[in-house]
Structure formats: structure tokens, C-alpha cells
Ligand binder design. Structure first.
Ligand code: EPZ
Length: 416
């Protein structure tokens, strides 16, 4: 991607459906033999991977614009194909549905990734508590259960994936599954709503989520929630270029932690029922923040926020509390003239007045977004490699940025 920075971004952009809500919803379709129709599904590489996976597990896939219908061609086999699971960690969520429907499942271990080791122990402990016998063999997880039974499971960390795995499995388990210390990200709550619409009963308490399973689940129509991470990224793009961007079709309260930090940074924030607008009058001021499980500051917005703070006035600190090593963007930002250094899990930032354009490489989705933002702010032409990561998580990114006034071009390597 070739980005000529220094343009002020202004205008409106519409948020897509959330990737991280669409993926578990696609896997939830494996829980029923009836059709599941999902609305506002983003056209992303990760969604394609999820569809490749459920197709191999017997689903037929029909697209109509952003509407996706998943119909069962054949009941799912108990073994998941290797390639899509290794490619995308969220694929591991098929374990619960396959186990619940078939009484056995064999799924590749999803492995680590660029942002840390990312184990699945909490998923497996939870499924074992529901009665599954689980073995890990040569890179595969094998699970068996003659009927899952609802139990109380405590999560040591409010893991998004483990909560989703247990909601999915619990939806077809006998009796009530109680998850203590669950993740409460809007995408997880969204999955709970989908499962309720399919017939399971999901209720949230102060410290728990309870799911009452059903013997069989029904098909439904369900709308994917807006992508708060994509929305936040466009607001940051406006802010870093000293502009004014409105993102429409969002749930403003899902962005609360980011908006508070914007206000502390001296940016002007306005919001309506389903939109948020952020304007920068000059440079932002440095702020201190820690990422955390929702409603904490989202780890997925940490990298692009770091780009803003790289050019903010004064000092900032950013502590990463969710992933062990999610600072892949830092080395590249240093090459663009940023002044920052890591001290354990905390990034200490001394804001500079300007970043300089450079040739940089995106190591993962959100670090890629951080580098796009940095390039938008750096006067001159930057070249970003590794844009396939961006295609995993941001629908129509170059077009949306162009509509806001950015000079961005996606080109083949040999023509850049
Ligand atoms: C989800 O990942 C998201 N992915 C991530 O978004 C997001 O960053 C993350 O939640 C946190 O919000 C999807 O929804 C598809 P976790 P997930 O389980 O489920 C540890 C993006 O860029 N942990 O809450 O993998 C884990 O190592 C992606 O869109 C265990 O120790 O997140 C991590 O440190 C990246 N054992 C922490 O918990 C487990 O069994 C949070 O992970 C599970 C997790």
C-alpha cells in the first residue's frame, strides 16, 4: 500500500459488521441443521476462511450483498480440516459445536501467533468440566463426550475465545452452564443473543453468564453488531491527521474507553444515537492508558492508539495487559522517527512533532492499522508491505480512507 501522508482527513464513514462477532456467529451455525441467516457480514479474508471451514463441515454458503445464509448440506463430520484452523485462530471455536453435535471432535491446535503464545487451556478446561474427555496429540486436540452436561466453570482470565467456546458448547449441553468471570466484550454478548435466538437461554449476571442448553437448536436471522475496532481506527485516522471524522452505524457505548482517552487527549468528541465524531484542533496531548478486558481499553485499538500518541504533545504510556507481546508495530514506528521504548509490558512514548515516511511491514492486523495511520500522518510517501493482514480485518480500507481524503493506493509489489 502506497500512502502519501500529510492530508487532513475529513468526512463520514460507515462502520462494517464486526469481524470478531461474525466469526463465532458463522461457527454457531454448526449447532443446528436449520438455516442461519446473518446480516451485515463484512467481506473479509477471515470471514472467507471461516466459510471455507464450515463448508468443509457440511454447510452450504449463499451470499446476497452483506447477507449470508448458511444451510446444512450434510451433518458435520467430527474432524476439522487443518489448513483454515492453522491460518486463523478463531477457527478453534468449531471444537465446541462439533463436540456438542457429534459427541466427538478432532481439531488442529491453532498454535501461537505474532502477538503472543495464545494458549487454549481455558477452552479445554471448560469443555472438560462439561464432561468432555480431551487429549492433545501431535498438534491436534481430540475430544469425546457422551452428552455434554451443564456445570459451573470459572475462567482464570475473562477470555473472549474461551467464553465463546463454552457458550457454543453449553447451548447444546443438558442443563445449565454457568461461566464465572466471563468475557463481556460486545462480540461475546452478541453471540449470546444469537444463541438465545436459536433457542438456548443466555442470561448475564454481575459475575457470570448462564446458558441453559437445548437438545436441538433452531435456525434464525441475526444481525452482526458494528465493528467498534474498525470504527475506532477511522476516528484515530481523523485525529492523527488533525481532521474531523464521523463514523456512522456504531454503538457509541462500545467505544467508551477510547472516547474517554480522546477527551483526555484534548480532542473534541461528539456522539449521537448511532454515530461518533472526533475532531482534532491541533496536536493531541499525551495520555496514559492500560488495555484490559471490556469495558477496559481494547487491546485491538492499542496499536493504532500508539500511532496517535507517537505524534501527541508530551509523554504517554501504554501498558498491554491482554497479550504478552503485542508491540510488533513499535520497531516500525521507530523507523518512522517515533520516540518510544518498551519497559516490560509498558511502552513509554515521547511524542514527536512529525513522523517521517518510510518503507514498513505490517506484522499483524492491528499493527498494520497502526502503520497505516502513522503513514497518513507522515508528510511524504510511505510504502506498507504485508497488507494481506489488513484484508483479514478491514473491509475496503483503501476506499474508505480515500473517501475521507487520504492519498492511498493498493498496488502489486512489483509496481510499487
Ligand atoms: C479475541 O481473541 C479476538 N479475536 C482478538 O482480536 C482480541 O484481541 C482478543 O479477543 C481480546 O479482546 C477474535 O474474537 C476472533 P482471549 P481471543 O481469549 O479470543 C489468554 C484481532 O486483531 N488466554 O480473550 O484469542 C491469551 O493468551 C484479534 O481482531 C489463555 O491464557 O482472546 C491472551 O493473553 C487479535 N488461555 C488473553 O488470554 C486461553 O485458553 C486474552 O485472550 C485463552 C486465552
Amino acid at each position: 500500500m502506497v500512502i502519501t501522508g500529510g492530508r487532513t482527513l475529513r468526512g463520514r464513514v460507515r462502520a462494517a459488521g464486526a469481524k470478531n462477532a461474525a466469526l463465532p456467529a458463522i461457527f454457531a451455525s454448526l449447532l443446528t441443521s436449520e438455516p442461519v441467516v446473518l446480516l451485515r457480514v463484512p467481506r473479509l479474508r477471515d470471514v472467507q476462511t471461516a466459510l471455507e471451514l464450515v463448508q468443509a463441515l457440511g454447510k452450504e454458503v449463499y451470499w446476497q450483498g452483506e447477507e449470508l445464509e448458511l444451510r446444512e448440506g450434510a451433518p458435520p463430520p467430527p474432524v476439522a480440516p487443518e489448513a483454515p484452523v492453522r491460518r486463523m485462530r478463531a477457527s478453534f471455536l468449531v471444537l465446541g459445536p462439533l463436540l456438542a453435535r457429534r459427541g466427538q471432535a478432532r481439531v488442529p491446535h491453532p498454535g501461537g501467533c505474532a502477538i503472543g503464545p495464545r494458549p487454549v487451556d481455558l477452552h479445554l478446561k471448560g469443555l472438560a468440566a462439561l464432561g468432555a474427555d480431551i487429549q492433545a496429540r501431535q498438534g491436534w486436540v481430540e475430544a469425546r463426550a457422551t452428552g455434554l452436561v451443564g456445570r459451573t466453570v470459572y475462567l482464570d482470565f475473562p477470555s473472549v475465545g474461551a467464553t465463546e467456546q463454552l457458550l457454543l458448547a453449553g447451548a447444546l449441553a443438558r442443563g445449565e452452564t454457568v461461566i464465572l468471570n466471563p468475557a463481556r466484550e460486545p462480540e461475546v454478548v452478541g453471540l449470546g443473543r444469537l444463541l438465545s435466538a436459536m433457542g438456548a437461554e443466555v442470561t448475564w449476571g454481575e459475575d457470570r453468564v448462564v446458558i441453559r442448553g437445548r437438545k436441538e437448536l433452531a435456525g434464525t436471522r441475526w444481525q452482526v453488531i458494528p465493528d467498534r475496532i474498525e470504527a475506532g481506527t477511522y476516528l484515530l485516522a481523523g485525529a492523527i491527521t488533525g481532521g474531523r471524522v464521523r463514523v456512522e452505524g456504531v454503538v457509541p457505548r462500545h467505544l467508551a474507553a477510547l472516547l474517554v482517552k480522546f477527551e483526555q487527549a484534548g480532542l473534541e468528541v461528539q456522539q449521537g444515537e448511532d454515530w461518533v465524531e472526533v475532531a482534532a484542533c491541533g496536536r493531541a496531548r499525551g495520555v496514559h492508558l492500560e488495555t484490559g478486558p471490556y469495558p477496559g481499553f481494547p487491546t485491538d485499538l492499542q496499536p493504532p492508539m500508539v500511532s496517535l500518541l507517537a505524534v501527541a504533545e508530551g509523554e504517554s504510556s501504554v501498558t498491554e495487559r491482554v497479550f504478552a507481546s503485542r508491540f510488533g508495530h513499535v520497531g516500525e514506528l521507530l523507523r518512522m522517527g517515533a520516540r518510544m521504548r518498551l519497559q516490560g509490558a509498558t511502552l513509554l512514548i515521547n511524542g514527536v512533532e512529525e513522523l517521517t515516511p518510510a518503507r514498513v511491514r505490517a506484522p499483524d492486523i492491528r499493527a498494520g492499522a497502526a502503520l497505516v495511520l502513522a503513514a497518513l500522518a507522515a508528510r511524504g510517501t510511505s510504502k506498507l508491505e504485508g497488507t494481506d493482514h489488513l484484508a483479514r480485518g478491514y473491509q475496503g480500507l483503501p476506499q474508505k480512507l480515500q473517501a475521507l481524503g487520504a492519498e492511498v493506493e493498493l498496488c502489486r509489489m512489483d509496481s510499487c
